[in-house]
Design a protein around this ligand. Structure first.
Ligand code: PLP
Length: 352
């Protein structure tokens, strides 16, 4: 029986035999081969989608939160705190409930997808909305956690990165080796750093023969790393990566440079187009921020001075589930057809 990622990968994680593990059986998510997209995009390499939306609270944040709450509990903490664009708070709230700890979350007022907000509330976190953005919220919780001695569970908590690196282990196990390219959304930049750490650890232990190029993508209106300076007022439809001053900025650049990859931007239009393609052609519903990875791949397929070699393996990380943000799904789909409850009328519309 699968017992969660800490149990499975404990020899790569900072825990002991005595550690009481806080888990909801996160991880073990599917790596789905995207044959329809391969055909539509007319490419001669294989595309795989790592569907992280199938974690217990619907995003990859659960991997890191399992580790963070396990360690917080081990250290005798009574409460945890985080700033969040939504998924971190959903995950922190659920894992705190599981661990029996109090959870406090700071969110940007009015800027968080409804599904995510509902999760933090039903798991009984203390939800505080501030009239500022994510970066403001992170600054505040950093100070409060020090002042009041509450454990901070944003990705600057090193245990978060430790848990999240296990996604790379799973990809290597599924493919039999590391992929050639790893496309991934970049927000606060913890996840790209975690994946790179995971790939390097398996390589070092001879559990893979190569390392992928890390291909990170920010949203065009929230692209501090690409611009080379923090952004005061980040703007993008992809709220999970609407971040102007990423905490893991440096380690994301290291992942890019050590792997020979890139950090680049995609527009909101490109993000939404990839979002619809995943749902329409592969049956996979992810949230807009997640499809940034596929949008990045499509951008690089169309790039004249870039070539992904034949028969290589490309992985796109799909970070969160589409049900988190139903408003965007409905806004970006055809309208519902409304007519009388009449068979003839309906037959006219179906029109085979
Ligand atoms: C948190 C999150 C991201 C961004 O990950 P970072 O580690 O902040 O770069 C992307 N997509 C989703 C769905 C997220 O929840």
């Amino acid at each position: 029986m699968y017992k969660g990622l800490i149990e499975k990968y404990k020899r790569f994680l900072p825990i002991s035999d005595k550690t009481e593990i806080v888990s909801l059986l996160e991880g073990n998510t599917p790596l789905i081969k995207a044959n329809n997209l391969k055909k539509i995009l007319n490419v001669n390499f294989d595309i795989y989608l790592k569907y992280e939306g199938l974690n217990p609270t619907g995003s990859f944040k659960d991997r890191g939160m399992s580790m963070a709450l396990t360690k917080a509990k081990e250290e005798g903490a009574k409460s945890v705190i985080c700033a969040s664009t939504g998924n971190t708070s959903a995950s922190a709230a659920a894992y705190s409930a599981r661990a029996g700890l109090k959870c406090i979350v700071l969110i940007p007022d009015g800027n968080i997808a409804f599904g995510k907000l509902s999760q933090a509330l039903i798991h009984n976190a203390k939800v505080i909305a501030i009239n500022g953005n994510f970066d403001d919220a992170l600054k505040i919780v950093r100070e409060i956690s020090e002042k009041l001695n509450i454990v901070l569970v944003n990705s600057i908590n090193p245990y978060r990165i430790e848990g999240q690196k296990t996604a790379s282990f799973e990809i290597i196990e599924d493919l039999g080796d590391a992929p050639d390219y790893n496309f991934i959304p970049v927000g606060n930049a913890g996840n790209i750093s975690a994946y790179w750490k995971g790939y390097k650890e398996y390589r070092k232990n001879n559990l893979s023969t190569k390392l992928p190029k890390m291909m990170g993508f920010e949203a065009a209106g929230a692209a501090p790393i690409v611009l080379g300076e923090p952004i005061e007022k980040p703007e993008t439809i992809a709220t999970a990566i609407k971040i102007g001053n990423p905490a893991s900025w440096k380690s994301a650049e290291e992942a890019r440079d050590e792997s020979g990859g890139v950090i680049d931007v995609v527009t909101d239009e490109e993000i939404l187009s990839a979002y619809r393609m995943l749902a329409k052609y592969e049956g996979i519903f992810c949230e807009p921020a997640s499809s940034t990875s596929l949008a990045g791949l499509i951008k690089y397929i169309n790039k004249k001075d870039f070539e992904i070699e034949k028969n290589t393996k490309v992985v796109c990380i799909l970070t969160g589930h589409g049900l988190k943000d139903p408003d965007n799904a409905i806004k970006n789909s055809d309208e519902i057809i409304k007519i009388k409850a009449d068979i003839k009328e309906i037959e006219k519309i179906i029109n085979f």
